[in-house]
Ligand binder design. Structure first.
Ligand code: HEM
Length: 255
């Protein structure tokens, strides 16, 4: 059982996540959206959405660094296991509470507003409920972690996660003796990965980061005082002909 959930299930969940997301993008690109309900009711959305997204993103990057930072690197930087354990509990705990409050507001809005409820799919409501339960499990791990402030339990999870992504044999054994609440949290986390391609969570993969470094566009009206130079009919015809030839030489999207 331990071997299935922590040695095999991670690969099933990650494969469905990757292959499912690519397949959805290829087969059904118009369903790739966050399905925003902002248009239906704006009030209540803003605070809930900001708290939820800031909390979840902090947890996401916190988990990424916390689980995958190589141990020799932490050692070289002088970051002790004790310090890292307390940092995870404090930063993760605050982010978790923010995400839980924000997510609770989003759930309340989705459930109680008849217009939004009507436009919500089972997947929309279901994935939000799973994330809220996952947050409660995550926050509950803090109670257990507080009894292991030396960070030894945390190191087991790091070695497990790093072992999974580097295809090490028998990784499940690395966390076999850890408390049940961590195991429930990991299994539900993997299940969220597995369901990811079938939900609105796919919008995470198309965050428009490009906007941060795109060149600024400025549309201005011309201040030209002189008219543009006049062209003869022959010149205009020649220009049209060249453009048509160029267009004909270009392969079309259907080809
Ligand atoms: C497969 C995916 C996941 C794994 C392997 C995982 C693993 C862990 C581990 C090992 C801890 C304990 C850290 C420590 O204190 O030593 C933890 C804590 C926590 N997790 Fe996750 N987690 C996953 C997904 C998630 C998701 C999707 C959420 C949010 C929806 C989440 C929210 C939290 C929170 C709030 C905490 C408590 C604060 C903290 O210690 O950072 N986790 N997680």
């Amino acid at each position: 059982m331990n071997n299935f959930f922590f040695g095999i299930y991670p690969y099933i969940a990650l494969s469905v996540l990757i292959i499912g997301s690519i397949a959805r993008y290829e087969r059904d690109p118009f369903s790739w959206k966050s399905s925003s309900s902002q248009l239906l009711r704006r009030r209540q959305l803003r605070i809930g959405s900001v708290l939820f997204h800031v909390g979840i993103l902090t947890i996401f990057f916190g988990h990424l660094v916390g689980l995958f930072a190589p141990l020799p690197l932490l050692h070289a930087l002088g970051i002790s296991h004790e310090f890292k354990q307390i940092l995870a509990m404090v930063v993760g705990g605050l982010a978790g509470i923010a995400a839980l409050i924000g997510g609770g507001m989003l759930f309340h809005r989705r459930w109680t507003d008849p217009r939004i409820r009507k436009t919500s799919s089972v997947a929309d409501i279901g994935i939000l409920v799973l994330i809220l339960i996952q947050l409660v499990f995550g926050l509950s791990t803090i109670v257990s972690s507080a009894q292991h402030l030396d960070g030894k339990e945390m190191v087991k999870f790091m070695l497990w996660a790093q072992g999974v992504v580097t295809f090490q044999p028998d990784v499940a054994a690395r966390i076999a003796d850890t408390p049940l609440i961590f195991k429930l949290h990991i299994v539900l986390g993997l299940t969220i990965f597995l369901l990811f391609p079938f939900t609105r969570l796919v919008h995470m993969l198309s965050v428009p980061l490009r906007y941060f470094w795109r060149p600024g566009y400025q549309i201005v009206r011309s201040r030209r005082t002189q008219p543009l130079p006049q062209h003869s009919d022959a010149e205009l015809n020649q220009a049209r002909l060249t453009a048509a030839r160029r267009a004909a030489a270009q392969p079309t999207a259907a080809e």
